[in-house]
Write a protein that binds this ligand. Structure first.
Ligand code: PMV
Length: 297
């Protein structure tokens, strides 16, 4: 018996890190993501791009936690990822959702397990205690207003939006970056609360701009969010370089996305010039439509 599942990668448009403290975030599913193929097996095996992973790989723990929640038997799991991992593009959540979907399909329709619980079991192996924003985007796609602990609200865009992603430097550990932000809170809580309030305002303004397909305004808001994130020392020289190049290439705005400390930058602007400028300077990059059809298995 075999089954498959798929899920999307994501970019956080507004509100990363602040989301950990209860501020809403806006997150968008990418066109690309992860795929999982499962078949019954006497013992669990995991193949990554068709290569068998050693049994001490943390993915085995993630699989066994997910199987436990879903009541699924041992499987041979093959994973394929079409986004870079550890770059703040939600790779681990996409793998978790794809795997949970494949396992759910395998155990059959009579059994109705919660995908949410299974995915947070998977995610907890890699992230400690994530806000859940990545998992929501991987599962639902589209553009979501996400508040930690609440059901995400899908936003209907008048038309899909093209967003460009640049990989700017080695990825950082989300856990360490979340810790770093916490230290900023501890050292000056009043200032920290003001920054949270400013980000919350940007999220509201972002929703308004998205509703009008106002790319210029959205770009300016992205830039403002980036500037607030730099207060928490989340940017790096490489992210700043990718950002300057994006603005030179005609972007309306650009910001780091995800945990920061390396990883990815998003920019809103003309895809052709953005991609060619980044590529000329040696950056890996791609553009994706967001806010189109929502995700489905
Ligand atoms: O996995 P990343 O790099 O996209 O980071 C997740 C977003 C954070 O807000 C930084 C952490 C979280 O749990 O929400």
């Amino acid at each position: 018996m075999q089954a498959t599942g798929s899920a999307r990668g994501k970019v956080i448009l507004f509100g990363e890190h602040a989301v950990v403290y209860g501020v809403p975030a806006l997150v968008a599913g990418l066109e690309r993501g992860a795929q999982a193929f499962v078949e019954l097996s006497a013992e669990s095996e995991i193949l990554w791009d068709r290569e068998l992973l050693p049994t001490d790989d943390p993915l085995y723990r993630a699989l066994s936690e997910t199987r436990r929640i879903l009541g699924a038997p041992p499987v041979r799991l093959r994973l394929e990822l079409a986004i870079p991992s550890g770059a703040g593009l939600g790779a681990s959540a996409a793998l978790g959702v794809a795997t949970a979907r494949a396992l759910t399909a395998l155990v059959g329709a009579g059994n109705e397990p919660s995908l949410g619980g299974a995915v947070s079991a998977w995610e907890s192996v890699f992230h400690g205690s994530p806000s859940g924003v990545d998992a929501a985007a991987a599962e639902l796609g589209g553009v979501l207003r996400f508040v930690k602990g609440e059901t995400p609200t899908p936003l209907r865009l008048p038309e899909p939006l093209e967003i460009c992603v640049c990989l700017a430097g080695p990825p950082a550990s989300t856990k360490e970056m979340v810790e770093q932000v916490r230290r900023h809170k501890e050292s000056d809580n009043a200032r920290f609360q003001r920054t949270l309030a400013s980000i919350a305002k940007l999220v509201d303004e972002g929703i308004e701009a998205l509703g009008k397909s106002d790319s210029k305004r959205l770009g300016a808001l992205l830039t403002q969010n980036h500037e607030l994130l730099t207060e928490w020392e989340l940017s790096t020289p490489e992210l700043e370089r990718a950002r300057s190049l994006a603005l030179e290439a005609g972007a309306f705005g650009a910001k780091l996305t995800g945990s920061g400390g390396g990883g990815a930058l998003i920019a809103l602007g003309p895809p052709g010039p953005l991609l060619s400028t980044w590529k000329t300077h040696g950056f890996d990059c791609f553009c994706s439509s967001i806010g189109g059809s929502p995700n489905h298995d």
